[in-house]
Structures are given as C-alpha cells and as structure tokens.
Ligand binder design. Structure first.
Ligand code: ZN
Length: 367
C-alpha cells in the first residue's frame, strides 16, 4: 500500500539557477537530427533543452498530487574534495573558474550560466545527501531530484548537458565515507551513461548496468562488448536496445540480466541514474508509466534482498514535462509501497477485452 515505506525526495531551488540561455542560440548542429525533430515537437520555449522548467514541473506535480509516505529535504552542496573523487582537479578548477559567467563548455551540448556552478554542486550534494539518508537508515529509499544531470560527465570534461557526475560522486562518497564496499549503479536513462562507465571502468567494486537506445543514438557508446577492463572486467553491463523497445523488453532485461548479476555481486547499496527520456512520449524507447513502475520494483527488490532496502535514485534526463513529472510520481508510488502492475504488450489488454465482448456473437447458444 502507498505510504507503507518511507521515501525522501531531495530537492533545492538552487538547482533552478542553471539556465544557459546563452547569447549564442542553441546550436542545432550540436544535436543529432532525430533529437532535434523530437525537441521541436515538445513545444519548449527555452533556448536550451535541459532547462529549469523540468524540475519545476516535477515539483509542481508532486505538490498538487502528493504521494503518501514521501517527504522533502535539501542536502548541502558538494565540496571540492567530494567532487575530486571522480573528477580531475584540472577539470574542476576550469569549471569553478566559470562561476558567474555564460559560456559553452565544450564542442558538445553543454553550456553554463552565471549560477550554474552553484546549481551543479547542489545537484551533486543532494545526490550525496540521498545516499547518506538511506545508508544511515533515516529513510528506506531516496530520490534526488537534481539538475544539471550527471551521467554523461566524464572525469575530465562536461558532456551532454552534464557538468558533474552526480551518481558517481554519490557512489564514491558511499565507498569513501559511509562504509559501503560494493555499489550497484543501474542507469535506465534513454542515453548511455558514458561518464559513469568511464569513471568505474576498471573498478570491480562498482557494478554498472545500463539499458539505453543503441548507437548511433547519443552519445554513441554502450556497446554490448564494453564490459570494463582490468580488475573491473565484467563489472560493466550494457544492454543496447532498438528505439522501439518498450515495457516487455525492459522487464526482460532487468529480470534476466540485472537480477542474476546483482545476486552474484551482492551490493550493499543500490543507486539508479533515473532518466525519464525512455518514456514513449520522450526522446527514444517506449516505456509506459507501468513500465517504470515494474523496473523500479525490480531494483527495489534487489535492494531489499541484498542491502536492507538501501536504494537511492538520482534524476538524469527527461524532456517532455508531462511524462517527466508523471514518471517521477509513478516511481515514487512504488518506492512508497504502491502496487506494481502486470505488464502486457501494448494493446493486449484491449484485445483481451474485445475478444470477450465479441465471443458470444460467433458461438451457438442453443443450450
Ligand atoms: Zn537521457
């Protein structure tokens, strides 16, 4: 029942300060064609797709339709040392030197506005706070509603709207300071989490599992054969999917690949890079809200089985404001103990009902 389990959402308005409406218009050539076409249909009035309205839409929806058992908190901003566990000092010094400025950071899709550094350190800090709250037992699960997102950010550079790798900073903090030995990171964003993969590529203590729309979809990495290297070989699991993949494929990927891998790995903390762009109304892939509920429940059962339910989610992408807000709420319902639906291929529920409706018309009812 919803409300049976405690959930804490971490959020801070500081993260709305990242608003790169750079003087240069958003440069279309920096975004691939399919993404450009989809963004045009999303009716956004911002010059930069990863805009403050994303978090505002989620917060407004949750305020208007609260989920029982969910409370809100804010965490402190991440410190230089906490960020330095996954990013180089050269990169961090460069990033911090941009405070108060507007600039494109890279040839990629990433830009900053005057308050972006404050927003980015708040995002990483709230991801840390989410992890601390579940490890300390203050809450059964936590969801850090943060932006800018993080999973494309590499040790040495910003990419794909991401400045700091929030989920990686949180995982590294759990290992360094909270006594966690093995961290499972599940990334269900539509895009491959290239930055997170890079950071933990040779690390056998972080198992990285990523479902995503296959290359050449951005960022073009995440091939099946990318499995980590050195001591970390086998601790990176990529499941590239065609853009038509939906609920049934996701459920199979989670049940048939993630669950046995997690049971073998035995994590003492589970993190999720939770993007909502695999929703059928967003960038790619075909998940429904029920699909999000089922994969949330699978991840939750892994956390229950191996680490006393210690589960923290960190927001990544999601650009359709409706499916972003409703998707987050659907996930929170399951985290709070709500029912998990049975998945069916799209249309099957209707076909079953129609078959029942029409059946009598074509049978003899002489008896
Ligand atoms: Zn994404």
């Amino acid at each position: 029942m919803i409300g049976e389990r405690s959930v804490t959402v971490f959020f801070d308005e500081l993260m709305l300060g990242h608003n790169p409406e750079v003087d240069l218009p958003f440069i279309p050539s920096r975004v691939e064609k399919r993404v450009r076409a989809i963004l045009q249909n999303l009716d956004f009035r911002w010059s930069y797709p990863e805009h403050p309205g994303r978090l505002a839409a989620i917060k407004q929806h949750l305020d208007e339709h609260p989920v029982a058992g969910v409370q809100f908190k804010s965490g402190a901003s991440a410190t230089y040392d906490q960020l330095g566990r996954v990013h180089t000092t050269t990169y961090l010094d460069h990033l911090f030197s941009l405070a108060g400025k507007r600039a494109w950071l890279d040839r990629d899709t990433t830009a900053v506005s005057p308050d972006s550094i404050e927003a980015a350190t708040a995002a990483a800090g709230n991801a840390i706070a989410a992890v601390e709250s579940v490890v300390n037992g203050d809450t059964q699960s936590a969801f850090a509603l943060v932006r800018p997102p993080g999973h494309h950010a590499e040790p040495v550079r910003a990419r794909g709207f991401c400045l700091l790798n929030n989920v990686a900073v949180a995982a590294a903090h759990a290992r360094a300071k909270l006594g966690c030995e093995r961290v499972l990171i599940v990334d269900w964003d539509a895009h491959h989490g290239n930055g997170t993969q890079d950071i933990f590529w040779a690390d056998p203590d972080v198992l990285f599992f990523d479902t995503h729309c296959a290359a050449p979809f951005y960022p073009g990495t995440g091939h099946l054969e990318e499995v980590g290297a050195g001591l970390g070989e086998g601790y990176t699991i990529n499941v590239p999917l065609p853009e038509t993949a939906g609920d049934i494929a996701f459920e199979a990927a989670f049940r048939d690949i993630l669950v046995p891998a997690a049971d073998y790995f035995e994590p003492d903390l589970v993190l999720v890079s939770a993007g909502f762009d695999p929703h059928r109304n967003d960038m790619a892939l075909n998940l429904t809200y029920n699909g999000f509920k089922v994969i949330t429940s699978i991840v939750q059962s892994i956390a229950d089985r191996h680490c006393n339910g210690r589960l923290a989610l960190v927001l990544e992408g999601g650009y359709s404001l409706t499916s972003l807000a409703h998707g987050v709420r659907a996930v929170l319902e399951v985290l709070a103990g709500g029912d998990v639906p049975e998945l069916m291929e799209s249309g099957m529920r209707e076909v079953t009902a129609a078959a029942e409706f029409h059946r009598a018309a074509f049978t003899d009812d002489e008896t």
